[in-house]
Design a protein around this ligand. Structure first.
Ligand SMILES: Nc1ncnc2c1ncn2[C@@H]1O[C@H](COP(=O)(O)OP(=O)(O)OP(=O)(O)O)[C@@H](O)[C@H]1O
Ligand SMILES: [Mg+2]
Length: 449
C-alpha cells in the first residue's frame, strides 16, 4: 500500500466519525484526486458541495476531477462559470488553459495560463509551458509570436474557417427587388468604392443591413449577388453552425468568421438565421447566449480590428427575436423587409429561371399574374415542375417540346404559395409590437397601414 493510499484510509476513518466536517471531506477528495481516483474524488467533492454549496475551492476540485476523467464539457461548464464571476481564482484560469489545450485553442490557452501565473506564481508548470510553446527564460520572443509560429507551422491551432466563395451571380441574376438593391448600393457598396467621397462629406462608413421576411423570397440570393456585384468574396455563416455546445467556443467561432472576412476583404459576410442568437440555447448556462451576443456586437463595432472592406449582411425570418442592441447605429442600422416578389418581379424571376431553356414565346407577365403570393423559391418549384412534365412528354415523343405560357400556369395551379403562414404570425407582431415602426413595411404590404 502506498503512503497516499494509507493517508486515504486514515482520512476515510476520520470522516466516518465526523461526516459533516467539510475541511476533512475536502482533504480526502483532494487526496483521492491526487492519487488518481477521479471517480471517488468526484463523489467526495459532490458530497462536500452539498454541505457548502458554491464553494469556489470545492468547485475547482470537482472540475479537476472531471478533467482527470476527460469529462471535458462538464469541467468547462464549471470553469467558465467561475471565470465569469468577480473573484476568479487563479486555479480556474489554469484549468481553463488545460481545457483549451484539449480543444486545440492554443492562443487562448496561453492567455489563460499567463493570467493564472500572474495571479499565483506558484502555479507555474513547466510541462504545460512546453506544451504551449512558451520559453520561460526567453524574453526576446513574445508569446504572441510563438503561438503564431505554431499556427503558421500548422501546429495545434483551431482549424481556420474556409467558407468563402466567389459568387457567379450579380444583381442581374436577381429579379425585382430594385429598392433593396439601391439600398445596398447606397449603404454598403458605394461607401466601399468611394471611400474618399464619403469621408469628404463626413459620412461615417460601417454598419450593416439586416433583411427579414418570409422564407424563399431571396434574402440569401440577394446577399450572394451583392458579393458578385462587386466581385468580392462571400462568406455565409449560419448562426446555428456557430453555436457550439462548448461554452466560449461559439464566441471563438464567430470571431474566426470575422477574422477570415477581414483577411479576405473586400468581402460580404452574411449571417443567416441571426434570430438564433436570441433564441434560448440548448446550452447548460443561460448567460451563454448573452455572451455570444456581446461578442457579436463587439465584432460588429470593430472594437478590436477594423472591419474596413467587410460588408455585413444578415437575414432572418423572425426579426422579433433579434436582440434590439443589434439595431443601434453602426450595427444593423438598416432593417429591410424583403416581401414576396410583386408581379413584375415574379415575371423577372421566371425569365431568369427559364433562361436558356427551350421556350415558345412565353408570356412571363401573364404567368406571373397567376402566381400571386409565390416566393422566389415557389417560382423555382413551378419552373421545376413545368420542366419535369415537359421532359416526360419529350421522352414519349422522342423530341423536345418547347415550354409554353400554359404549361407554366398549369404547374402554378397545382402548387400553393408558401408565404401565407409567415404573414399569419408576422401580422401580429406588426400590429402589436411595432413601437418603433419597424414593421411598417409589413403592414403596408398587408394593406393595413
Ligand atoms: N428575386 C429573385 N430573383 C431570382 N431568384 C430568386 C429571387 N428570389 C428568390 N429566388 C430563388 O429562390 C431561391 C430561394 O431564395 P433564398 O434562398 O434567397 O430565400 P431566403 O429569403 O433566403 O429564404 P429563407 O428565409 O428560407 O432563407 C433562391 O435560390 C433563388 O434561386
Ligand atoms: Mg436564406
Amino acid at each position: 500500500m502506498s503512503s497516499l493510499d494509507k493517508t486515504i484510509e486514515q482520512l476515510r476513518a476520520a470522516l466516518s466519525a465526523s461526516p459533516d466536517n467539510i475541511a476533512l471531506r475536502q482533504h480526502l477528495a483532494e487526496t483521492l484526486l491526487q492519487a488518481g481516483y477521479g471517480e471517488e474524488a468526484e463523489a467526495q467533492f459532490r458530497d462536500a458541495l452539498k454541505l457548502s454549496p458554491g464553494s469556489t475551492e470545492l468547485l475547482i476540485g470537482l472540475a479537476n476531477c472531471y478533467f482527470q476523467q476527460s469529462k471535458n464539457s462538464h469541467a468547462m461548464v464549471i470553469v467558465e462559470d467561475l471565470i465569469s464571476s468577480r473573484d476568479t481564482p487563479a486555479a480556474a484560469h489554469l484549468l481553463h488553459a488545460r481545457l483549451l489545450i484539449r480543444r486545440n485553442d492554443i492562443k487562448f490557452a496561453v492567455a489563460e495560463y499567463e493570467q493564472a501565473i500572474d495571479m499565483d506564481e506558484s502555479l507555474r508548470d513547466e510541462a504545460l509551458e512546453n506544451h504551449l510553446g512558451i520559453a520561460p527564460d526567453d524574453e526576446s520572443t513574445s508569446n504572441e509570436e510563438l503561438v503564431d509560429g505554431r499556427l503558421r507551422a500548422g501546429g495545434a491551432a483551431g482549424s481556420p474557417i474556409d467558407a468563402s466563395e466567389k459568387p457567379t451571380i450579380d444583381f442581374t441574376g436577381v429579379g425585382g427587388m430594385d429598392e433593396l438593391k439601391e439600398e445596398i448600393r447606397l449603404k454598403i457598396i458605394y461607401p466601399l468604392q468611394h471611400v474618399d467621397m464619403y469621408e469628404a462629406y463626413g459620412k461615417t462608413i460601417g454598419g450593416g443591413i439586416m433583411m427579414y421576411g418570409p422564407p424563399g423570397c431571396g434574402k440569401t440570393h440577394l446577399a450572394r449577388a451583392t458579393a458578385g456585384e462587386i466581385n468580392a468574396d462571400f462568406i455565409s455563416v449560419g448562426i446555428n453552425e456557430v453555436l457550439d455546445m462548448w461554452i466560449g467556443q461559439s464566441e471563438h467561432n464567430l470571431h474566426e468568421y470575422f477574422e477570415t472576412a477581414r483577411r479576405r476583404s473586400p468581402c460580404v459576410l452574411f449571417f443567416d438565421e441571426v434570430d438564433a442568437l436570441g433564441a434560448s440555447r440548448t446550452d447548460m448556462r443561460t448567460s451563454a447566449g448573452r455572451q455570444m451576443i456581446n461578442q457579436f456586437l463587439a465584432e460588429l463595432d470593430g472594437a478590436q480590428s477594423s472591419n474596413e472592406g467587410v460588408l455585413v449582411l444578415a437575414a432572418t425570418n423572425a426579426p422579433w427575436s433579434v436582440d434590439s442592441a443589434f439595431r443601434r447605429p453602426g450595427r444593423f442600422d438598416r432593417i429591410l423587409f424583403v416581401p414576396p416578389p410583386d408581379s413584375p418581379a415574379r415575371a423577372a424571376i421566371t425569365r431568369i429561371m427559364l433562361k436558356g431553356k427551350p421556350c415558345d414565346n412565353v408570356d412571363h407577365e401573364m404567368a406571373a399574374q397567376k402566381m400571386e403570393g409565390f416566393s422566389g423559391a415557389d417560382i423555382m418549384a413551378v419552373v421545376d415542375l413545368t420542366i419535369e412534365e415537359k421532359l416526360q412528354i419529350a421522352m414519349k415523343k422522342g423530341r423536345p417540346e418547347p415550354i409554353t405560357t400554359r404549361d407554366i400556369i398549369a404547374a402554378a395551379k397545382s402548387l400553393k404559395p408558401s408565404t401565407r403562414e409567415w404573414f399569419a404570425s408576422a401580422r401580429n407582431y406588426a400590429r402589436f409590437a411595432n413601437a418603433s415602426g419597424l414593421y411598417d413595411d409589413v403592414l403596408k404590404y398587408l394593406g393595413e397601414a
